[in-house]
Design a protein around this ligand. Structure first.
Ligand SMILES: CC(C)(COP(=O)(O)OP(=O)(O)OC[C@H]1O[C@@H](n2cnc3c(N)ncnc32)[C@H](O)[C@@H]1OP(=O)(O)O)[C@@H](O)C(=O)NCCC(=O)NCCS
Length: 169
């Protein structure tokens, strides 16, 4: 399969925070942000694979900054690495200042999607070739994150998590 670049899967979703999407502190409800990130990540995974894709796991979410009611939120999702049938999607969340238009990074997350056929069986996806320095860093660390996710899900044994073991020797 012909390799693709992360930029080919770039997906940008910009939307407002409405009153029905907030918690009692008038900040964006965490579950709403998770759903928006899932949607953006799913489009990125589909753009990379051109297949049906399903969320396999949420590997990491950092709710670093609260996002207030009325804020303009931009979610950027890109495939950071593909394996056989799975794809790691890196998601950056930005909030735009109303007056200056300046964007501040509010949150980030990493999801894993799997490409499947019509019966839900995993199918192969194109390899990926990172281009920028950040894409290369995210690509390099993705195998480690995949092994950690599989280990936590009980899908591999600790002795098979070779990338994680390499961190401690
Ligand atoms: C995701 C799913 C397709 C994986 O199926 P499976 O039978 O476990 O298939 P496999 O073991 O062959 O795994 C397929 C790929 O997913 C990866 N994977 C599975 N679970 C994973 C996890 N928790 N973290 C990271 N990767 C995972 C495997 O490593 C494998 O990757 P690779 O092919 O790139 O090496 C299946 O579990 C599924 O359909 N889950 C439900 C998905 C869904 O409905 N999501 C929405 C939730 S509401």
């Amino acid at each position: 399969m012909k390799p693709k670049h992360p930029s080919e899967s770039l997906t940008i979703l910009t939307d407002l925070v409405l009153p029905s999407e907030t918690n009692p502190l008038n900040n964006l409800f965490g579950g709403e942000l998770l759903a928006r990130m899932d949607r953006a990540a799913s489009i990125a995974a589909r753009r990379h694979s051109r297949r049906i894709v399903v969320t396999a796991s949420v590997n990491h979410v950092a709710f670093n900054r609260a996002i207030p009611l009325g804020a303009v939120v931009t979610i950027e999702a890109k495939v950071s690495r593909s394996f056989k049938s799975s794809m790691e999607i890196f998601i950056d969340v930005w909030v735009e200042d109303r007056e200056s238009g300046f964007r501040t990074k509010a949150n980030e997350a990493i999801y894993t999607f799997v490409a499947v056929d019509d019966t839900g069986r995993p199918v192969e996806v194109p390899p990926i070739e990172p281009e920028t320095e950040l894409e290369k860093q995210r690509f390099e660390a993705a195998l480690r994150r995949k092994q950690l996710s599989l280990l936590l899900a009980g899908k591999i044994k600790p002795e098979d998590a070779t990338e994680l073991r390499a961190l401690f020797v």
